[in-house]
Ligand binder design. Structure first.
Ligand code: GTP
Ligand code: SPV
Ligand code: MN
Length: 617
């Protein structure tokens, strides 16, 4: 049957076209939309078609309503600045729930809620939550529409900011509806900022609610998000779907949904390698994804900067896609000297959130230039000068921009079948202990390494910045099921690979500090020197030094031509202190014990072997 539009609340204003896509699957979608509308009671419904005209209209409207500031097109064409409410600036992990039927399926690292109970809690909040607002229906695809590794979702939201962000971050449009009409399964995601408008009530620039719930129902493939308009709390395709829900689908179907960047590295001989790397939030994924090697002859092509969906292929290799279509990147620290590729990517058509505004109508943030401008308007809209003694941009301020705009994006970045992985990197922000690079001896050891990632907390989520916490596989806030089962799933995926075709696993740490508190490694473009070693390891061109924690480079094998890292710093970068590592091992045991017998035996065996090697060192 042809769709004639929703029967519920009559549109006070009409936008776009009601979808005319026909097919069985559309009935279920329409019924669901009607059901959500009956609950949330919006003033109007807008089916998003993903067209350029629609996007332009939505942006214009947000400017008229004071929700976006149009940047000076002379400097930043097609670009906008959003200022969030000061209380709504990052993911709220304490308000994020996995509502699996059984508590043990969520596991000790997630906040669990009984599905019935949490539905009973949030349903009254959603009741009338869109009053006076437009409810947008956004059909999106993660991965190319119809691709073998792709999955579809629909987000209903009362935030136009979310709609324009999803439009950049995913593939939105009527072709997705056609897939749904044809019977493709889809994930239901519901988002409300939780700020109903009474008749005549003026809206605010960033509506949100002090009460927040980000709730995932892994059994019914649903996400319900209430009260926040920011990032991963509001763009539900990203962390909620592509990681938390997708990790559960992957567990059941035999693949992996990971918090990983994806790159192609091309060496001076023209050989191409594909690397995926998991670093916790604000620990360098976007930067490595856009790497400009400082060693001659090397090139990096960007494939993805935050999420990878990875599947064992029939050839015994792991194949990965980036399911997203854009970057939601950390602004501070992104500059000409650190990530020139990002700076070039942001030339226009970008939505900035919580950065500072220059008097000339362009944006600025800490690290964009060495010297700050003499005067700015800070992220909260207050006058700012370098003497203000506070950052002008919020530490978790972000840019939202299409992947296709990246000057070094791979030509085939959206190839439906993805790319075969040669190496997997695990990293974190560690001032001590973890060396610049260390290679795992085999897949199981690599999984052990991944399960032990710890990292200093960043501004990407609420909490105390700098505090060391366990963040296995950089998935602590994103694994939608029991983390110990997830470790087991990684081991199982490894068994499907041909031993000589499984990616090699490495742990890296760009953030080790000297006793004086300065970074020992220059990082950024110079991380290509570590990549170079990794690839020469893969090719068997260099040996390695066995250490209790894994294989380290022979000092002469790390290409340091053209940089000046003092020998003392290099020694410290690779120092492995058995006593400190034995303490880490104790923490690992403590951590594993929180899973009450669910951590797979091979990982306990790795821990025992590690202790044995450390005690003999
Ligand atoms: P999410 O988007 O939150 O997942 O973050 P991300 O992992 O993509 O981190 P991103 O690349 O945005 O980097 C976060 C911060 O770390 C930025 O301020 C960077 O400047 C800084 N950073 C990235 N790479 C390096 C590095 O090699 N060395 C140092 N010292 N800092 C780095
Ligand atoms: C992260 O925190 O890892 C991000 C930002 O990539 S958000 O989308 O808000 O999760
Ligand atoms: Mn991230």
């Amino acid at each position: 049957p042809a769709i004639t539009g929703s029967t519920r609340p009559t549109a006070a204003r009409t936008y776009g076209e009601l979808p005319t896509v026909a097919g069985e699957g559309m009935t279920a979608l329409r019924e669901w939309v009607d059901e959500i509308a009956a609950l949330t009671k919006p003033a109007r419904i807008h089916w998003v078609d993903g067209s350029r005209a629609e996007n332009d209209a939505l942006l214009r409207e947000q400017v008229e309503e004071g929700k976006l500031i149009k940047l000076n097109p002379e400097w930043r064409p097609g670009s906008y600045l959003a200022r969030s409410h000061p209380s709504d600036v990052a993911r709220t992990e304490a308000r994020t729930f996995i509502a699996s039927e059984r508590e043990e399926d969520a596991g000790p690292t997630n906040n669990w809620a009984a599905p019935d109970e949490i539905r009973a809690t949030i349903t009254p909040l959603f009741d009338g939550s869109m009053t006076g607002r437009t409810m947008y229906v956004v059909p999106f695809s993660m991965g190319p529409v119809g691709g073998p590794l792709s999955h579809i979702g629909v987000q209903v939201t009362d935030s136009a900011y979310a709609v324009t962000s999803i439009g950049i971050m995913t593939r939105v449009g009527t072709d997705v509806l056609r897939e749904i009409a044809g019977g493709a399964p889809w994930v239901k995601t519901v988002h409300s900022v939780g700020a109903p408008l009474a008749p005549g009530q003026a809206d605010v620039a960033w509506p949100c609610n002090d009460e927040k719930y980000i709730v995932h129902f892994p059994e019914t493939l649903e996400v319900w998000s209430y009260g926040s308009g920011y990032g991963g709390n509001a763009i539900l395709a990203k962390k909620c779907f592509a990681l938390r829900i997708a990790s559960v689908i992957g567990r059941d179907e035999g693949w992996l949904a990971e918090h990983m960047l994806l790159i192609r590295v091309i060496d001076p001989a023209g050989r191409a390698y594909h690397i995926a790397a998991a670093f916790p939030s604000a620990c360098g994924k976007t930067n490595l994804a856009m790497l400009r090697p400082t060693i001659p002859g090397w090139r990096v092509e960007t494939l993805g900067d935050d999420i990878a969906w990875i599947r064992p292929g029939e050839d015994g290799r792991l194949w990965a896609i980036n399911p997203e279509a854009g970057f939601f990147g950390v602004a501070p620290g992104t500059g000409e000297s650190t990530n020139v590729t990002a700076v070039e990517t942001l030339w226009g058509n970008t939505i900035f959130t919580n950065v500072a505004l220059r008097p000339d109508g362009d944006v600025w943030w800490e690290g964009l230039t060495d010297e700050p401008p003499a005067e700015l308007t800070d992220w909260e809209g207050n006058p700012w000068t370098p003497a203000s003694g506070r950052p002008a941009a919020h530490p978790n301020s972000r840019f939202t921009v299409a992947a296709a705009q990246c000057p070094q994006i791979a030509d085939d970045w959206d190839a439906p079948q993805g790319v075969p992985l040669d190496a997997i990197l695990f990293g974190g922000r560690r001032a001590t202990n973890v060396p610049l690079v260390v290679e795992a001896t085999d897949w199981t050891h690599g999984v052990f390494m991944g399960s032990n990632v710890s990292s200093e907390r960043t501004a990407a989520a609420e909490g105390t910045v700098g505090e060391l916490r366990r963040d296995p596989f950089a998935m602590l806030p994103f694994c939608g099921y029991n983390m110990a089962d997830y470790f087991g799933h990684w081991l199982k995926v490894g068994q499907k690979l041909r031993f000589d075709r499984a990616p090699r696993v490495f742990q890296v740490n760009w953030f080790r500090k000297g006793t004086d508190g300065r970074f020992l490694w220059p990082g950024f473009g110079d991380n290509s020197r570590v990549i170079d070693w990794i690839i020469r390891r893969i090719e068997g061109e260099v040996g390695a030094v066995d250490s209790p924690i894994g294989r380290l480079p022979h000092p002469e094998d790390l290409d340091l031509d053209g940089i000046d890292v003092p020998q003392a710093d290099l020694d410290e970068l690779f120092a492995v202190d058995p006593q400190l590592w034995l303490q880490e091992a104790d923490l690992t045991e403590e951590f594993y014990r929180t899973f009450e017998g669910r951590v797979p035996a091979p990982l306990w065996a790795e821990l025992a072997a590690l202790r044995y090697r450390l005690q003999r060192a």
